[in-house]
Design a protein around this ligand. Structure first.
Ligand code: IVH
Length: 669
C-alpha cells in the first residue's frame, strides 16, 4: 500500500536527516537520499492525503504566505536576568541561598547562551503542530513552515509521547553558513548581514519558507514551556530527555558544584568562544534540581533559578568620523576608518582598517555614518557596515586620493590588483617610517627601545634616514643624550640593543627588509637555501623559482627588490656595518630526507606536525605547507582533503601516518 510505503519513507528519511545533520555520520550517499525523497514526493503528489504534517518533504519549504498569524504561548516565554563579572555571579548565588534559607552549596548546570532567535514549538502527541517566535513573550508569530525547514527540529518525536508540550530553544546560523551566505550576497551586490543572528532571524521571518530553507539554520533546545517535573528531576536530565526525542545533543552543558566552579566554567567557555562554530553571547546558569527550581519560582521578568552571564558584546554602533588614507611600508595606500571611540569585545576601538578601495565600496560606508563595528576574540577590529536609516542626508561616497597623503606623489594602480600604491618608496616619509618600524619589530631584528615614536623623532631630527643609519646611531650619542626623555640609561640600552641585533639570524634580517610577499616562513626558506644575504642577492630568478614553496610572484618580487640601486646600496651598507649573518647550521649532506620536499596534511594522530617538520629539515629535507610539483612526499592523516587530491593529481607519493612511521621511525625521537 502506498500509505505504508509513505510512512516508511517518512521515518527512514528523517532517520537519515538526523544521521547527516546532527551526527555527521551519513549511512547512504546523497543520491540515494535524494531518491528516497523523490519517491515520497511522487507518492504525495499523486495522492495529497498522504502529505502528513511530519513529512520531510516539507523541509524544503512551500509557497509564500500573506503574513504570519499570532499564537498565544501556553506558558509565557520569559527572559533572564543578567550577571556581568564575578561579583554579580556571586550575588546571584547569595540571593538563591538566601531565598532557600540554606547555606548548602547549590548544584548548577551551565549552558551556552546561544546568540540567535528563540523559538517555541508545540508538539501534540509527538507531532510538531505549531512553531512560533517569542514575540512579546505572551504571543508570538506562527512560523511553522519555516521551523519545519530546520533539520535539527524533529517533525515527530522519536518514541512515544502524549499530550501537548512546548519545546523551547534557540535557532542559530553556524558561522560557516553565515560566511557563505554573505559571500553570495556580496557577489550579487546585495546588502550583507551584520551578524549570524540577524541572518537567522531574517530566515525565520520569511514569508516564503523555501527561502527560510536556504538559510540552513540549526537549533538547540534548552527547555520546555511550563513545569518539567513530570519529565526530569534536573535541568541536565531535561536536556537528555529532549535529546532522546530527536533534538541535537547538547555537548556544552555541564554540572558544577557551587558558584566557584561555575565561574571557572564560564571563563573556560569565554576562552573557547571565538573557536565555536556558532555565536554565543554568554552562558546561562541554571539551578540543576527541578524541585529547587519550583521552590525558587519566578519574578515578573523571569526565573529566579537562572541567570545569564553575559560576555562583552562583540559588536557596537559608533560614528565614522573620517576616512583617512595610510601609506604602508610597501607603498600600498589603504583606507582607515577613524571612529568615535567605542568599547567592543573588551577593548576601546577608535580606528579600523577598511583594507582597500574595493572593500570600501563593498561596505558602502560614508563619513558621518553610524556604523557597526566588530571585534571577535583576538581578531582585528573591523567595520561591518553602515546603518542606512541613520545616514546623514548630505553624505557623499568617499573619494580615493589621487596623490600620496604623505609625499604628494601621484598614486598608481597596479594592473590586476585593487591596491593603490605610492611609487615613491625612496623618499615617501610614511613608507620610510613604516619600513623602519618593520625592520626593528619583534619578529624581525627585535630592537628593544626603538618604537614608532622614537623612529618618528629620530627621522624628524635627521638622526636616521634608512635601515643602515640605525647602526650609525651610536655616532650621535651626544645628541641622543640631549633629547628630551632620553636618560643616560635609556640611550645606553638602546645602543646596546642595536648592537645586539647584529647577531640576529639571517631569516630575521631577510624578513626585516620588508620585501613584498616575504613573510617569516619564506624568509626562513630563503635563509636556509642561500645561506647569506649576498647569496640571496645574487640568486637568479630561476634559482629562486626552484626553491620549494616559492613561485614566480615571490621570485619576481625578490629580484625586483635586489635590482634597485638603492637596495643594492643598502645591502653593501649593511655589510659595511658588519650585518651579514650567515646560516651556520647549513643542512647536513647525506641526510635521510636529502632533496625531498615533504608536506604533512590532515589530522596527525601519532606525532606532532612541527616535530615531524623539524625532523625532516634536520635530516636534509624541506617541509612545506602546500603541495606543488616540487613536492616529493605527502603524509596524509585522517581528514586530508584538497592537498591529498592535488598530490594524487600530480602523481606525488602519498603515505599514511603509519607508513611514514614505518619508514622513518626517528620521527618519534
Ligand atoms: S533558558 C525563562 N537557555 O536567552 C527563560 N535561554 O533572556 C529561560 N537563550 O531569548 C531561557 N541560550 O532564547 C535559556 N541555553 C539557554 C539559552 C537561552 C539562549 C536565550 C533565550 C532568551 C534569552 C533569555
Amino acid at each position: 500500500m502506498s500509505s505504508d510505503r509513505a510512512a516508511w519513507l517518512r521515518q527512514e528519511i528523517e532517520r537519515h536527516n538526523r544521521l547527516y545533520h546532527q551526527h555527521d555520520q551519513p549511512e547512504i550517499s546523497d543520491s540515494e537520499f535524494d531518491a528516497l525523497l523523490s519517491e515520497l514526493k511522487a507518492l504525495e503528489d499523486a495522492d495529497p492525503t498522504l502529505r502528513t504534517p511530519d513529512s520531510p518533504t516539507l523541509r524544503i519549504g512551500s509557497a509564500p504566505k500573506e503574513g504570519f498569524e499570532q499564537h498565544q504561548h501556553a506558558a509565557p516565554m520569559l527572559s533572564l536576568d543578567n550577571a556581568f563579572g564575578e561579583d554579580e555571579l556571586k550575588a546571584f548565588d547569595t540571593k538563591i541561598k538566601r531565598f532557600l534559607d540554606s547555606e548548602d552549596e547549590i548544584e548548577y548546570e551551565v549552558e551556552l547562551k546561544f546568540d540567535g532567535l528563540s523559538l517555541s514549538m508545540t508538539y501534540e502527541d509527538g507531532l510538531l503542530t505549531i512553531g512560533t517566535t517569542r514575540g512579546d513573550g505572551e504571543t508570538g508569530e506562527v512560523v511553522t513552515e519555516n521551523v519545519r525547514t530546520i533539520f535539527d527540529i524533529p517533525l515527530r518525536f522519536q518514541g512515544d509521547s502524549t499530550g501537548p508540550i512546548e519545546v523551547r530553544g534557540e535557532a542559530v546560523m553556524f558561522k560557516d553558513v553565515f560566511a557563505e551566505l554573505n559571500a553570495k550576497r556580496a557577489a550579487a551586490d546585495e546588502q550583507v548581514f551584520a551578524n549570524p543572528r540577524n541572518a537567522a532571524a531574517g530566515g525565520i521571518r520569511q514569508l516564503d519558507s523555501r527561502l527560510a530553507a536556504e538559510r540552513r539554520l540549526s537549533f538547540f533546545a534548552y527547555g520546555i514551556g511550563g513545569d518539567p517535573s513530570q519529565l526530569a528531576e534536573t535541568q541536565f536530565g531535561l536536556l537528555e530527555w529532549l535529546e532522546s526525542l530527536g533534538f541535537r545533543k547538547r555537548e556544552d552543558a555541564t554540572i558544577c558544584q557551587g558558584i566557584d566552579e561555575v565561574y571557572q566554567r564560564v571563563q573556560e567557555i569565554e576562552n573557547q568562544r571565538a573557536d565555536l562554530p556558532f555565536g554565543i553571547d554568554g552562558c546561562v546558569i541554571k539551578v540543576n534540581s527541578v524541585a529547587l527550581q519550583a521552590q525558587l519560582g519566578y519574578t515578573a521578568k523571569g526565573p529566579r533559578w537562572a541567570t545569564a552571564y553575559k560576555f562583552a558584546a562583540e559588536q557596537a554602533f559608533t560614528t565614522l568620523n573620517e576616512i583617512s588614507w595610510q601609506v604602508g611600508r610597501t607603498g600600498v595606500v589603504t583606507p582607515v576608518a577613524e571612529l568615535e571611540p567605542v568599547h567592543v569585545g573588551g577593548v576601546t576601538i577608535s580606528r579600523a582598517t577598511l583594507h582597500n578601495i574595493e572593500e570600501l565600496e563593498r561596505k558602502g560606508v560614508r563619513v558621518g555614518d553610524t556604523v557597526i563595528v566588530q571585534r571577535a576574540g583576538d581578531v582585528i577590529p573591523e567595520v561591518v557596515g553602515p546603518v542606512l536609516d541613520k545616514r546623514p542626508p548630505d553624505s557623499k561616497p568617499p573619494q580615493p586620493p589621487a596623490r600620496c597623503p604623505a609625499c604628494e606623489t601621484e598614486l598608481v594602480t597596479v594592473e590586476g590588483q585593487v591596491a593603490l600604491r605610492c611609487p615613491n618608496s625612496r623618499i615617501c616619509p610614511d613608507q620610510i617610517q613604516t619600513r623602519l618600524e618593520h625592520f626593528v619589530s619583534r619578529k624581525a631584528m627585535d630592537i628593544d627601545g626603538l618604537g614608532e615614536k622614537q623612529i618618528e623623532r629620530f627621522l624628524e631630527d635627521g638622526l636616521i634616514q634608512d635601515i643602515p643609519s640605525i647602526y650609525r646611531l651610536k655616532e650621535h650619542e651626544e645628541t641622543l643624550l640631549e633629547m628630551e626623555r632620553m636618560g643616560e640609561q635609556s640611550v645606553a640600552n638602546l645602543l646596546a640593543a642595536i648592537e645586539e641585533s647584529k647577531t640576529q639570524p639571517l631569516d630575521r634580517l631577510i624578513f626585516g627588509l620588508g620585501i613584498r610577499h616575504i613573510g617569516e616562513r619564506t624568509a626562513a626558506d630563503l635563509a636556509r637555501e642561500f645561506g647569506s644575504l649576498d647569496g640571496l642577492a645574487h640568486a637568479s630568478e630561476d634559482e629562486l623559482n626552484d626553491v620549494p614553496d616559492i613561485g614566480p610572484i615571490v621570485a619576481g618580487s625578490i629580484c625586483e627588490w635586489f635590482d634597485e640601486d638603492e637596495n643594492q646600496a643598502l645591502v653593501a651598507d649593511l655589510r659595511e656595518s658588519e650585518i651579514n649573518p650567515s646560516v651556520v647550521e647549513k643542512v647536513a649532506e647525506g641526510g635521510r630526507f636529502d632533496g625531498m620536499v615533504v608536506v604533512f596534511t590532515g589530522k596527525l594522530e601519532r606525532f606532532g606536525r612541527s616535530e615531524a617538520e623539524k625532523m625532516v629539515v634536520e635530516n636534509g629535507g624541506k617541509a612545506s605547507g602546500s603541495v606543488s610539483k616540487k613536492t616529493t612526499l605527502l603524509v596524509a592523516g585522517p581528514g586530508a582533503g584538497s592537498k591529498l587530491k592535488k598530490a594524487e593529481e600530480l602523481g606525488v607519493e602519498v603515505m599514511t601516518e603509519d607508513q611514514f612511521l614505518a619508514s622513518y621511525p626517528e620521527v618519534l625521537g
